[in-house]
Design a protein around this ligand. Structure first.
Ligand code: BGC
Length: 751
């Protein structure tokens, strides 16, 4: 069906420079990197920032949140849905793709105000120019839906043929995940999908194409289902396509395919325009509470917004009980697993800007308690030992052999799953923090207290006490610095274990005061009479690493006696560039070189433990020894530097953490395995560095206080934050900060 009134420019990107990420010119080697940089997402799914003509070879993907599948014995990973926006334009049989065809101009833009992906490419074909412009968005108001407008303009009349529709070739790392795939068509709507091999969950993409002119023919080929459009395009009348598409899975029983197909069939250019407005309104409401405005270099403003948008787009949908994977919704890397990244790096952002999201982040961990308890039993402990790499139900996806040895090509035994026990405390403390920040008793009484107590029980059962019971130790663990495996008394781990047990005692005391009925119900299950003295006694005796004469806190027992080689020396010992630095034979293992913030991470999580002199001494000791081999590292060094008033290095770290997905300079391939993707922990860390570091926002006696340390490049900062039932505005200048209640805010914790 053709629509004469279809003229394009429905989702036109903003011209405002501080709301745009843009790249001009085409670099073939940047196609995959840009798939991450220009990602758009809406919590239900992520669409990689590839071009419409791209396919599996360029890692085009529609990555689904919370749908996983395992094929054979390969790693279990999230499922990609068939891509409905595969559009290829041909002139005289030649494909217009900058990878294959000469171009005179190319731009790719992410409009951050509306989360619209825009590209415009001008191709030189024969003696004329053909320009393709395409804008797409993943609907924030109706998250199963997405829309694309695609416009072909010419300098002189040209015969154009376009093939548009659903790409049947899905990019998978360990796939294919969809079996028994079929295409179908009902009037103007067509679809393609199958079911996952492991749990027979249906995954289907539906689509409908609206055009303004041309001869349209339906196609269903082995590689694509959709339409071809043949037309002579003139300069006066560009060819315009509007594609409305939806993805559905077996989870959405309340939105059967027929209902989605009806909605797609009913769309006109006007109603799609209205839907775009609804999407923009939804996003504007998120920006209203989440934006940080600065007076300073435009590139910093843009980078801040980029990282904020990255988090807003991948927040789990309300009621989904899902969380955020370490690579967001950018693909299947890292098995789509949720790590401590969410609790320590992202949750603070959501608590302050979109508290409703925290309910799902917490609900996800409550759901995971079953798996965490099973894991504890498997390892011979009691309580809850959370998954290091957690998939949709909280079961541990970490392989025992997570790294491949580059010399032998054999899998190497790693101990992330077995020994990174700080994960339980990271989960418990985030729930405790959510309870305090939101002042919401339901967080404790609807399962939160149980998680905290079970995590505390786990630590008590893991701890080993000296015979005279003078000291409690946590031996054979891995701290945040994964290069040093199976160490004892990692400073961060022990401190987290102590805080978890203290939180459990505080949660029980709170329930006793405020919800005795609930406590009575579960006291039996917890055997409180035995548990309380055990908690108190263990907490009193946990061995904490303390500063030495120079003020330095040992990362673990014996760390300071390791060879004190420089990072360059350690790097020079690598025999192969992709060699693993940690584990039994790693170049860093016998030295003090560490992967990421560890003691400094502890100082960030427990800011009141030590004087600023001690904090400074440790920052200065550990920073030169840190490889920053994880995207989690820069932000914590920056945060502590800012809090210490060391604004120059803090600013340097801000730029590094904020740019991780903009430059794409992080590790992308491990041998032949793609490990790239977006880095939401670095985005959350960017926010934390700006808000908790530069603005110095913190809580003192249940009051929000800001003690700013602005970098010299910034004159002002302004943002909103939610805290204990109120919205606040925080205005920061070099002279100080004002934190004031913003009673006009309409958006509450449950909106
Ligand atoms: C880091 C972990 C992190 C994980 C996922 C690893 O490289 O060492 O701390 O949780 O990546 O981002």
């Amino acid at each position: 069906m053709t629509f004469d009134n279809l003229t394009g420019q429905l989702f036109w990107p903003t011209p405002l420079k501080d709301w745009r990420i843009e790249e001009h010119g085409f670099q073939p080697e940047a196609v995959i990197k840009n798939g991450n940089k220009f990602l758009t997402a809406n919590g239900y799914m992520g669409y990689r920032g590839t071009l419409e003509e791209n396919g599996a070879a360029e890692l085009a993907a529609v990555n689904l949140s919370g749908v996983y599948d395992q094929r054979g014995t390969a790693w279990r990973e999230p499922v990609n849905a068939p891509n409905p926006f595969h559009v290829v334009t041909r002139v005289a049989g030649q494909v217009l793709d900058p990878l294959q065809h000469p171009i005179s101009d190319h731009e790719q833009v992410l409009d951050m105000a509306a989360a619209v992906h825009h590209r415009r490419t001008t191709f030189s074909t024969g003696n004329t120019l053909v320009t393709i412009t395409a804008n797409r968005f993943l609907d924030m108001a109706q998250p199963q839906f997405m829309f694309l407008e695609y416009i072909v303009q010419v300098k002189q009349a040209t015969v154009i043929s376009v093939t548009a529709g659903i790409d049947k070739q899905i990019w998978d790392i360990n796939g294919p995940h969809l079996v028994d795939c079929q295409s179908w068509r009902e009037d103007s709507v067509f679809g393609y999908g199958g079911q996952t091999g492991e749990s027979q969950l249906a995954v289907t993409t539906l689509s409908r194409i609206l055009v303004n002119q041309g001869e349209c023919n339906d196609i269903d080929r082995p590689d694509q289902v959709g339409q071809t459009i043949a037309v002579t395009v003139t300069p006066e009348r560009p060819l315009c396509l509007l594609i409305a598409a939806a993805v559905t899975t077996g989870r959405e029983t309340d939105a059967p395919i027929a209902a989605l197909a009806d909605t797609l069939a009913s769309y006109t250019p006007e109603t799609i325009g209205q839907e775009y407005n609804r999407h923009c309104q939804k996003l504007a409401a998120l920006w209203h509470t989440s934006d940080i405005q600065i007076e300073g270099p435009q590139q910093d403003q843009v980078a801040l917004r980029y990282n904020i948008l990255a988090l807003m787009m991948i927040a789990p949908l309300a009621g989904s009980q899902l969380s955020i994977p370490a690579r967001g919704l950018s693909g299947q890397t890292y098995k789509g697993a949720v790590f401590w990244d969410t609790e320590l790096f992202m949750t603070p952002f959501f608590l302050a800007t979109q508290p409703a999201v925290v309910r799902d982040l917490v609900a996800y961990r409550l759901k995971g308690l079953i798996g965490a308890k099973k894991k504890a039993v498997e390892y011979g402990y009691t309580g809850a030992f959370y998954a290091w790499e957690s998939q949709e139900d909280g079961y541990d996806a970490t392989s025992d052999y997570n790294v491949t040895d580059v010399f032998t090509n054999r899998p190497m035994r790693t101990y992330f799953k077995d020994k990174q026990i700080h994960i339980s405390g990271d989960v418990a403390l985030a729930i405790w923090q959510a309870f305090q920040w939101l002042q919401d008793p339901a967080i404790l009484s609807q399962g939160g207290a149980e998680v905290i107590v079970e995590c505390a029980r786990f630590y008590v059962s893991y701890a080993t006490a000296r015979l005279d019971r003078s000291e409690v130790a946590f031996t054979d663990v891995i701290g945040p610095d994964e290069y040093h495996e199976r160490v004892s008394n990692n400073a961060f781990t022990n401190r987290v274990a102590l805080a978890t047990i203290e939180a459990a005692l505080a949660a029980i005391a709170y329930l006793r005061e405020n919800n005795a009925e609930y406590l009575a119900k579960i006291a039996q299950q917890w055997q409180l009479t035995d548990l309380l003295p055990l908690f108190t006694e263990t907490a009193a005796r946990i061995r904490l690493q303390t500063p030495n004469a120079a003020g330095v806190i040992s990362q673990f027992d014996g760390y300071l006696a390791l060879a004190d080689d420089s990072i360059d020396t350690v790097r020079s010992r690598l025999l192969k560039p992709k060699e693993y630095w940690g584990g039994a034979y790693g170049v860093a293992s016998q030295t003090q070189v560490i992967k990421q913030a560890d003691v400094v991470m502890m100082l960030a999580v427990f800011p009141n433990d030590f004087s600023s002199d001690i904090v400074r001494a440790n920052w200065q000791y550990y920073e030169p020894r840190t490889e920053h081999g994880s995207s989690l590292s820069y932000s914590m060094y920056g945060l502590i530097a800012a809090q210490l008033g060391m604004t120059a290095p803090a600013y340097d770290f801000f730029q590094k953490t904020a740019a991780i997905d903009l430059t794409g300079e992080s590790k992308q391939w491990a041998g032949t395995i793609y490990i790239g993707g977006t880095h939401p922990a670095a985005s959350g860390g960017t926010w934390r560095l700006a808000v908790e570091g530069f603005a110095g926002l913190h809580v003192e006696n249940d009051q929000l206080v800001a003690t700013p340390h602005l970098p010299s490049q910034w004159q002002k900062m302004a943002f909103r934050t939610y805290y204990q039932g109120h919205w606040y505005r925080v205005n920061v200048t070099a002279a100080g900060a004002v934190v004031s209640i913003a009673d006009d805010e309409k958006i509450g914790v449950d909106d």
